[in-house]
Design a protein around this ligand. Structure first.
Ligand SMILES: [Zn+2]
Length: 168
């Protein structure tokens, strides 16, 4: 799909959001354990062996692209505490609800070295008037991902990432 850009007035091609369908801990489960877990497009719950539940939600991580008029959106998963997920459920229907949770990123982004994005601390910004939460990685630690997230990537790099995921 192309559209006329409000910023530069030119035609641009829409970039697809790069959405991961499940959190990595779910993908790591056996077929049998997956049946016991719960997975929707936005929420996942896995029961641990000790009977506790691990909760995950999907949010949008927006990668800034420094030489384009648009951003690259990822659909990634974060883990939430029991208290946060309870709060999330309680306010799910409230379209005016805004809050911030702490979450651990539980998606390995394919274009970074293995296990360098999994487990990073993030803020999960909830604004129910806009849709699913926004994921903001904490600006600390030295990781190429954090650096690129805040400094931006090039259009060429964004297109490579889109191709890599679409052709997977
Ligand atoms: Zn433009």
């Amino acid at each position: 799909m192309t559209y006329t850009c409000e910023q530069c007035g030119q035609e641009h091609e829409d970039w697809p959001a790069l959405v991961f369908k499940a959190p990595d801990p779910y993908l790591a489960l056996s077929e049998e354990d997956r049946e016991k877990a719960e997975l929707t497009k936005e929420i996942c719950c896995i029961e641990e062996e000790d009977g506790t539940n691990q909760w995950y939600i999907r949010g949008v991580l927006t990668q800034y692209v420094y030489d384009a008029c648009q951003y690259l959106d990822y659909g990634v998963w974060v883990s939430l505490s029991e208290a946060s997920i309870k709060d999330y459920y309680e306010h799910y229907e409230d379209k005016t609800y805004k809050t911030t949770y702490f979450g651990w990123l539980v998606t390995n982004l394919p274009n970074y070295p293995a296990n360098t994005t999994f487990g990073l601390p993030t803020n999960v910004e909830v604004d129910n008037s806009k849709g699913i939460p926004t994921i903001l990685p904490h600006k600390k630690g030295d990781s190429i991902f954090i650096e690129e997230f805040y400094d931006g990537i090039s259009t060429a790099e964004a297109l490579l990432r889109i191709e890599a995921i679409i052709n997977k």
